[in-house]
Design a protein around this ligand. Structure first.
Ligand code: AHR
Length: 342
């Protein structure tokens, strides 16, 4: 064998050994966190139960919580998606109790029906933080704290903006026909936002809801409902669409585009929406959506602060509302939207 071919054989063997080494490391190696067992045991374990993934808003909430509770900060987060069913969320909480997590963070799909499972968490000595939407329980000591939105204030802000827009119109006293696309019935977000509209209807006898249905906070349902509303009541009998989140507004707008119906701040049907996700804010700045009320999904840092305080044995407030604002095309700029995180 010539010298150069010997070298070639040697190099091939080396390459084989190296490949074997890399592959076996990859197969048996730990995940990127690579904490040893002792370090894993030191982590504070947080079980996070989400109702589903019905909207981009909810994905932003999940991301915010995940970014706040990292191993680098001393936490292990266990995330569960309830797939839009309260029963699944209840099962997920029971799993957290069996796993003996240190804290449970619950974003409840609806307000009621939590007493039993929260009593079980309390009996196991696990503090529960309710986030995003609230719960209605017989005994408020079943949860430690609530962090989330003031949905009543959100609804009132939307109505106040609508009233002020209408007051500027020439025929300010004309009858107002409203299509109401509700969120998941029984959720705090729906109850607060629908409640504001109901109070407005009592206050303004010339306002009436011509079509109402539950859009489950999804684009597909929003589109379906708006298509039916256009067919059943006709675009000429619709002045305002009160959508209880951005997904529903995107769906309603898609239905109007399809039907060739005009909408927007300057002419046609006014669209009111909640969440103020960046895509919706661009549409608001361009005049397609008339009012956007923010629902702030960046709740992870608030929950993190609360749990850090509980870890130090400090008292925490029972209710913390996240900061929220509202928009029309008059207070929006492209620079402002670009800087926002959601
Ligand atoms: O509870 C908050 C609401 O739930 C948001 O408005 C909506 O987008 C989400 O699905």
């Amino acid at each position: 064998m010539k010298v150069h071919s010997k070298k070639l054989v040697l190099a091939s063997i080396l390459l084989l050994v190296l490949t074997f080494f890399i592959v076996s490391c990859g197969l048996t190696g730990k995940k990127s966190s690579s904490l040893d067992e002792d370090e894993e045991q030191d982590l504070i374990v947080v079980g996070f139960s989400q109702p589903g993934a019905e909207s981009s808003w909810r994905v932003a909430l999940t991301d915010s919580v995940m970014e706040s509770f990292t191993e680098e900060r001393g936490y292990k987060l266990i995330y569960k998606d309830g797939k839009s069913k309260q029963d699944n969320q209840i099962k997920d909480i029971r799993t957290f109790i069996q796993q003996d997590v240190d804290y449970i963070v619950l974003s409840p799909i609806v307000e009621t029906g939590w007493d039993t499972v929260l009593s079980e968490a309390k009996a196991a000595g696990i503090p529960v933080i309710i986030c995003d939407r609230n719960v209605v329980v017989e005994n408020e000591s079943l949860y430690t704290a609530f962090v989330g939105s003031d949905f009543k204030a959100e609804g009132d802000a939307a109505i106040a903006e609508l009233e002020s827009m209408l007051s500027l119109e020439e025929d300010a006293s004309k009858e107002l026909n409203i299509v109401h696309i509700q969120g998941t019935i029984g959720s705090s977000a729906q109850l607060g936002r629908s409640g504001a509209l109901e109070r407005a209807l009592e206050k303004h006898p010339d306002w009436k809801v011509t079509y109402e249905a539950c859009g489950e906070f999804t684009k597909a349902k929003g589109r379906e409902i708006m298509t039916t509303a256009l067919e059943e009541v006709g675009p000429e009998n619709i002045d305002v669409i009160y959508c209880e989140n951005d997904e529903e507004a995107y769906g309603a707008i898609a239905a109007m585009n399809e039907a060739g119906v005009s909408y927007g701040s300057d002419s046609g049907i006014k669209v009111i929406s909640f969440d103020a996700m960046n895509t919706a804010l661009v549409m608001c700045m361009e005049g397609q959506i008339s009012v956007e009320v923010e629902c702030n999904p960046l709740q992870g840092p608030y929950i993190y602060k609360l749990i850090s305080r509980l870890e130090k044995g400090e008292a925490v407030p029972k209710i913390t509302y996240v900061k929220e604002q509202h928009f029309t095309k008059d207070n929006l700029t492209a620079q402002f939207i670009e800087k926002r995180k959601f």
